[in-house]
Ligand binder design. Sequence first.
Ligand SMILES: [Zn+2]
Length: 234
Amino acid sequence: MIKSLLEYQNVDTELRDIETSLKQSEERKKASSAKSFLTGANESVAKLDQRAEDLVGKFNASVKLLSQLEEQAKEYEGIDEMDENQLSYVKKKAQALNEEISNLASAVDSLSKEIESVLKEFAQLKSDIKKAKAQYSEYGPKYNELKASKEDEMNKIKARLKKLEAGIDAEILEKYKQRRNDRIFPVLNEAKEMSKHAYCRCGTELSLTDYGNLKNGNIVECDSCHRLLYLSKT
Ligand SMILES: [Zn+2]
């Protein structure tokens, strides 16, 4: 059983090496980085859109308010014919109004700067999207070609694996496949035996029950890293 699974794993290693080389190929890296950028870009565009809309709304409201205040300020121009009490009251009002106007004016100024920077971000994003689209349309097909070129070889290995499956316990095989999916590889590893204790290659000490099972020629699973373990009979 252990021997069959080890043999299976050896053949599987060939398949995995091809899969890894595909995954690490320049073609895939470039295609997939472009694709994930484009996926995220939609969200960035929507966010920028919303921010621009908010800013323009605030800007317009502020400009409107500013012109209303400036209109009000004009009313304080003809204050010559007032008595002293009226005059001091009106002066205070005019001063407060002027302050409000100057605050609002600087707010409008910074809003317009913010709008300008959003527009710049938009332009940058647009050009990045264009680049990513070009990259994807160049490397997407290249990666597909590369994959296609390995297909025969991979299918042959898969057929060999299929044959070997017959000699392996279904439950163990299922476990093996799950671990492989979890990117644990090699799945089946030799446990280390030291002064009547057994250890996984991750360093975890196995329970006495597991140790006993190993000694009986069974496969056990490490509780910590979930590798499958065996003990070689030497
Ligand atoms: Zn472990």
